[in-house]
Design a protein around this ligand. Structure first.
Ligand code: PLP
Length: 432
């Protein structure tokens, strides 16, 4: 129950109603306690905007707010092709679609990438893998986040491909396969070559391989060997080359035992640009596919930002010089101003930390965001655009005319990385 709600008469009522009664403020006639029975809830036939949302495959929740994110599927295709061109025809592409496709919509992004030639998909969670399977996607789905007790049956049942690095992972999965009678489950073994996060440490690799040679090993198939770069996107990277060396040593350790997993993969977006010697059999790009560089030094040519975010001016406020704006009154208008009220705020993933720095596009011009960004609303200065009026299109990310706001710019204003901006565009911003 939200903080602003209290249980009342067996239902949930806004706390405001209680406060009014307690303070004996005259707020007009009070009708009989509201029991909600007249509300049109439940499976009423939906129409208009509800219908349109449902037609596009979204749940039939009404979509009337003017704030939305547009995902350009053609840009996703072009980006995948740019990666494929770069790595060449013998290297597969595993498209990373975790975190709802970096905020772009996992199902739509996954379908687009697979149709455009990705070999498979990577997610972090079993739940994310199941979402793709439920949407009818049959491409290989790698689950990067490990095997949690209780997840083994669904992994087997949904034919997900888990990344493993611990004996417990192997035992759980072998038991799941045995129970189901399914054929050996493909798994990818992850070696920790320097990220110090997930993966078996090189010193513990032999013991894990012993397990594969034991009785239970028959239930699993070692399809892949992988590692992950820690610093490939750093300006200076003295680390990745050493990680590749350690990875090659692991490949050799497996080979001595007669194990040759057909998919050796190491590179994220930055790695595939910087370390061509580490492309091996497959690369695992995420951010590049959505059109952003992992870091200033590692941009792949031909990428196009796939996501743009737009809204409309809800109303114009004419205020005199000296007026103070938004929460905390941190901003004082230096001149007589026209402010556009835009229904987008930090609850939409437009970070409050950008207050005082961000700009948006209106009629192809940059307008400053003034005062603190609030949960649902931001104020922009349209004084220099006297024709700007209510209903005017506002672009927060993406292009308008010749001007363009890149995700890197938003990230710099918020002092975060572009990944956080993309993943942070919240669920209440419809993707169109
Ligand atoms: C194991 C693994 N591989 C690949 C990626 C994709 O990385 P990027 O988005 O930098 O290309 C990630 C993302 O965090 C990851 O965790």
């Amino acid at each position: 129950m939200g903080a602003g709600n209290v249980a009342w008469g067996g239902g949930v009522r806004p706390a405001m109603v209680i406060q009014r009664a307690a303070l004996r403020v005259n707020v007009g006639p009070v009708s009989a306690p509201f029991d909600g029975s007249s509300l049109p809830v439940g499976p009423v036939p939906y129409s208009g905007p509800e219908r349109r949302a449902a037609d596009r495959g979204h749940s039939p929740i009404v979509e009337v707010r003017p704030t939305y994110a547009h995902v350009d599927a053609a840009a996703l295709v072009d980006n995948l092709r740019a990666v494929k061109r770069h790595v060449g025809p013998r290297c597969r592409v595993l498209a990373v679609v975790k975190a709802d496709g970096y905020g772009h919509g996992a199902i739509e992004s996954a379908r687009t990438f697979v149709d455009a030639g990705a070999w498979g998909l990577a997610v972090s969670l079993v739940e994310e893998g199941v979402e793709l399977r439920q949407a009818g996607i049959i491409a290989p789905v790698l689950v990067l986040g490990g095997v949690h007790p209780g997840s083994e049956d669904v992994i087997v049942h949904r034919s997900l491909t888990p990344v493993v690095w611990a004996r417990e992972h192997l035992q759980l999965l072998a038991a799941g396969v045995r129970r189901s009678g399914a054929p050996p489950l493909p798994v990818h073994l992850k070696v920790d070559t320097g990220m110090s996060r997930l993966g078996v440490l090189p010193g513990d690799l032999q013991a894990l391989l012993d397990w594969f040679e034991g009785d239970e090993g028959q239930y699993l198939r070692l399809e892949g060997l992988m590692t992950h770069f820690a610093c490939a996107d750093e300006q200076e990277d003295p680390v990745s080359a050493g990680q590749v060396e350690l990875f090659l040593a692991s490949v050799a350790t497996l080979a001595i035992r007669g194990l040759y997993p057909p998919l050796r993969h190491v590179c994220n977006s930055a790695g595939l640009v910087r370390l061509p010697q580490a492309h091996f059999d497959m690369v695992r790009p995420g951010i590049a596919l959505y059109g952003a560089a992992a870091g200033a030094e590692v941009e792949l040519t031909g990428l196009r930002t796939a996501m743009s975010v737009h809204s409309r001016i809800l109303g114009i406020r004419e205020l005199p010089a000296g007026a103070r704006v938004s929460y905390g009154h941190r901003m004082t208008l230096a001149r007589d101003s026209r402010l556009g009220i835009v229904p987008v705020g930090y609850a939409d993933g437009y970070p409050r930390r950008m207050s005082g720095q961000a700009t948006v596009l209106v009629r192809g011009h940059r307008c400053r965001v003034v005062g603190n960004i609030t949960m649902d609303v931001s104020m922009i200065d349209v004084t220099d655009l006297p024709d700007a009026r209510e209903g005017e299109r506002v672009t927060l990310l993406g292009a308008q005319g010749r001007e363009r706001i890149e995700v890197q710019e938003l990230a710099a204003w918020a002092d975060v990385i572009p990944y956080e901006i993309m993943c942070g565009i919240s669920k209440r911003v419809p993707r169109r």
